[in-house]
Design a protein around this ligand. Structure first.
Ligand code: GDP
Ligand code: MG
Length: 442
């Protein structure tokens, strides 16, 4: 697919901004990629519409084609959609009075029983939790024994089996045992069906009402593809879920089901099943799964590198200006913006020669709030004030402070900071030149 895409992309000409035609051309290929990854059609349509609005008019980074730029935007949007409210790896929530009831839901063969054991083992080993597992699967012969065997393998306690006991009674007994014996977590593994059916949903609803699960995890096979939407919607409507665990991500499914299920339920993907072994469980990472769904990882990293290079170039230009002692408030603002992006002053200052100790001093001073306030103050100035800060006297200060919604003393502080930095820049560049002279290079 990447090759096919490459062909299309080569035809696109390079321009400053993404035009509607650029975006549409690339999005046609993205659409195919998402459908090939088995994302559901209506979900793909909505997603494409949202990305289109986002992408048109965006700036194209130097040295990449518009089509490549669109792919990067699509990728970032996909990551955003897959992430749960800005939370990278949400995991299961345990903030609840123990024992915390966790209900495992899903179709037959989706991996509920295996995942129940995986999750329990992980809680026990990583967090030292006391976990009780109980199988409510009275339908499939030997289903309860299957969980008991997994319990023996992992050293996790399972609720003793009482033949003929109905699912709701098992669930209540599990919770009682959990309370009486001081368990932290009670994992309830349920029966599944090959397809959704009303009898099963009624049974699960009854269990839900009896134990009031803190988490209801829908376990779904990543290979499910187009059916994922129906399954997820049904469980969400009839039982209500708090999250999704996607299994068999170790297979060759591209994982479009993740996008579909996230979109139709609005619930986060919390965990991934990555194999048959009991330690094959991972936290969900949106960027990894997005890369897999889109299948265009090469293009995404190419654009990322190009964007970094452009930023680097801008930083170098600024460093050169500083060295020449031409450092006005525009430069300060630009530097602060880059600081925000690069996450530290080291990136830019580090390019100046002979800075060592001063760099450390400066790093301590970076504070997100201060940076924001400083930027507001600078943008409240006239262009001339930014170029020649010396002209900023009392009345101008009052006006600027008002415009930026800060106190006059904040404006003073910023001006002083700029003076100090400009002075330091000169010093540093002198030191740098001396250093060069000593080495006989200047
Ligand atoms: P249940 O019917 O939903 O309880 O499904 P099971 O837990 O019994 O799993 C059905 C089959 O899928 C078993 O053979 C498991 O070993 C296998 N399985 C479960 N999770 C995964 C996974 O993440 N990757 C792979 N490759 N196999 C899995
Ligand atoms: Mg099972």
């Amino acid at each position: 697919l990447s090759e096919r895409l490459g062909g299309v992309l080569d035809k696109l000409t390079k321009r400053g901004q993404l035009s509607e035609a650029d975006v549409d051309e690339a999005l046609r290929e993205v659409r195919v990629a998402l459908l090939e990854a088995d994302a559901a059609l209506p979900v793909v349509k909505d997603f494409i519409t949202a990305v289109r609005a986002e992408a048109v008019g965006e700036k194209v980074t130097k040295s990449v084609t518009p089509g490549q730029m669109v792919i990067k935007i699509v990728h970032d949007e996909l990551v955003k959609v897959l992430k749960a409210q800005g939370n990278e790896a949400p995991g299961l929530d345990l903030t609840h009075t123990p024992p915390v009831p966790i209900l495992m839901l899903g179709l037959q063969g989706s991996g509920k029983t295996t995942s129940t054991a995986k999750i329990s083992r992980r809680f026990a080993e990583k967090q030292g939790k006391k976990v009780l597992m109980a199988s409510l699967d009275t339908r499939r012969p030997a289903a309860q024994q299957q969980l008991a065997i997994l319990g023996e393998q992992t050293g996790i306690k399972t609720l003793p089996i009482i033949p003929g006991e109905p699912p709701v009674a098992i669930a209540k007994r599990a919770m009682n045992t959990g309370r009486l014996e001081g368990y932290d977590i009670v994992m309830l593994d349920t029966a599944g069906r090959l397809a959704i059916d009303d009898e099963l949903m009624a049974e699960l609803a009854e269990v839900r009402d009896a134990v009031k699960p803190h988490e209801s995890l829908l376990v779904a096979d990543a290979m499910t593809g187009q059916d994922a939407v129906n399954t997820a919607k049904h469980f969400q409507d009839k039982i209500g879920i708090t999250g999704i665990m996607l299994t068999r991500i170790d297979g060759d499914a591209r994982g479009g089901a993740a996008l579909s299920m996230r979109a139709v339920t609005g619930k986060p993907i919390k965990l991934l099943g990555t194999g048959e072994k009991l330690d094959a469980i991972e936290d969900f990472h949106a960027d990894r799964v997005a890369g897999r769904i889109l299948g265009m990882g090469d293009i995404v990293s190419l654009v990322e590198r190009a964007m970094e290079a452009t930023e680097q170039e801008e930083a170098e230009k600024l460093a050169l200006k500083m060295q020449k002692g031409q450092f006005d408030l525009n430069d300060l603002a630009q530097q602060m913006k880059q600081l925000q992006k690069m996450g530290g002053i080291g990136g830019i200052i580090g390019m100046l020669p002979g800075i060592g100790k001063m760099q450390k001093q400066l790093e301590g001073k970076v504070d997100e709030k201060v940076v924001k306030r400083s930027l507001a103050i600078i943008s409240a100035m006239t262009p001339k004030e930014r170029r020649v800060p010396d002209i900023i006297k009392a009345s101008r200060k009052t006006r600027i402070a008002k415009g930026a919604g800060v106190q006059v003393q904040d404006v003073n502080k910023l001006l002083k900071q700029h003076q100090e930095m400009a002075r330091m820049m000169k010093q540093v560049s002198k030191m740098g030149q001396k250093g060069l002279m000593r080495h006989g290079m200047a």
